[in-house]
Design a protein around this ligand. Structure first.
Ligand SMILES: [Zn+2]
Length: 366
């Protein structure tokens, strides 16, 4: 139990490392420290501790150079620009240059490793499900290194080998864009997730490379065709780290019933995404969104897949979230709302961390 009486939360997705550089979705000149509390962004260690957030997937997310934030961006400006880039009128831009993506991936992966190294033991980069489990018990903050996008990976798998040895054990195939491996859905509403092409042959090969190394493959963001390509190729549980139920909110980033069924069949998992545009059934980016809407998505997915296949994938520091969970210190509000909905302690534990631990163990083998 965390000090707030709820089980500690292991979270399926955040964009905190980019936010710490000051060039994330809440621009901040000079950036901020993970160890000091500010009111910028959603996650730092003090707020995480207060909210019972015990760790999670930390995304290495790389913007192409033309999408780097403007020096004078305020938050609203950044959101506006970002939304346009995630749904470009003239189709997806060209994939990023690999050398550019690799230099950024090195920087952000290095920054994450450095957080653990400079934490005096308060944080740890996790390499096994057993380590995640231990962190949830002893309160060490668990950092799982995750790629959101694969522009930095060469098709021969050399970069994958190097980053894997550096601790990257989870790979999301693309973001709101197209790369040599996969195509993402755009940020439109309403829309089916069947918005474009599936995986390329190199994309299918990348899934096999991940399988061979016990690296988790994340299907959040990819088109429905891409999802089925992953499902056909992979030998691991199907994981959507930060996605919701399409029947509850018709955003293409969400998962249809058929997709949820395939995830259940594979003993996979879906992490509930807090982005209001994926939660609300009107698609509005309005932070005045009640916690009951989040509970509705979880209820729906639990009914469809069972209690073992759902978890949280907040998208903190990369999304616009409901006021009642406006940063990681507010997570107990969500746990309380789920408790009020009838989730007992065991169910809350599974949603908070045990389901992630199970899927990581089945995927990583330890
Ligand atoms: Zn994302």
């Amino acid at each position: 139990m965390a000090s707030n009486g709820f089980p500690p939360i292991f979270d399926g997705h955040n964009d905190t490392i980019l936010s710490l550089t000051g060039k994330g979705f809440n621009p901040l000149p000079g950036g901020r420290s993970f160890f000091e509390e500010t009111d910028n962004g959603h996650i730092d260690l003090p707020r995480a501790k207060r909210g019972g957030l015990g760790g999670g997937f930390f995304a290495v997310f790389i913007r192409p150079p033309e999408q780097e934030p403007d020096e004078n961006d305020d938050a609203e400006n950044a959101i506006d620009r970002t939304t346009r880039q995630f749904n470009p009128s003239g189709g997806w831009p060209e994939p990023m240059a690999m050398d550019y993506a690799q230099s950024k991936a090195l920087e952000l992966t290095g920054r994450l490793i450095r957080i653990a190294d400079e934490s005096n033991g308060a944080c740890k980069v996790v390499h096994s499900a057993a380590e995640v489990e231990q962190c949830m018990k002893d309160g060490t903050f668990a950092i799982l290194l995750h790629f959101e996008g694969t522009d930095q990976l060469d098709p021969d798998g050399f970069a994958l080998d190097v980053f894997h040895k550096a601790g990257v054990q989870s790979v999301g195939l693309t973001h709101f864009r197209k790369n040599r491996y996969a195509e993402g859905v755009p940020m439109t509403f309403p829309s089916s997730p069947d918005t474009g092409e599936g995986l390329t042959e190199e994309g299918k090969e990348l899934v096999r490379q991940c399988n061979a190394r016990n690296i988790l493959v994340d299907v959040s963001h990819i088109t429905e065709k891409g999802f089925w390509d992953v499902a056909n190729v992979t030998d691991a549980p199907i994981v959507a780290t930060h996605s919701n139920a399409w029947e509850v909110a018709n955003a293409p980033r969400n998962l249809t019933d058929k997709q949820l069924d395939a995830i259940k069949e594979s003993r996979g998992i879906v992490g509930l995404n807090f982005h209001v545009g994926f939660l609300r059934n009107d698609g509005q980016v309005d932070t005045n969104t009640p916690l009951s809407v989040m509970a509705d998505h979880l209820d729906y997915m639990v009914e469809r897949m069972g209690i073992d296949c759902v978890a949280l994938g907040s998208d903190y520091d990369g999304a616009i979230v409901p006021d009642d969970v406006s940063d990681s210190s507010k997570l107990p509000n969500l746990m309380k709302a789920l408790q009020d909905r009838g989730y007992d302690n065991e169910a809350l534990e599974k949603i908070a961390n045990r389901n992630w631990v199970r899927v990581l163990r089945e995927t990583w083998g330890s």
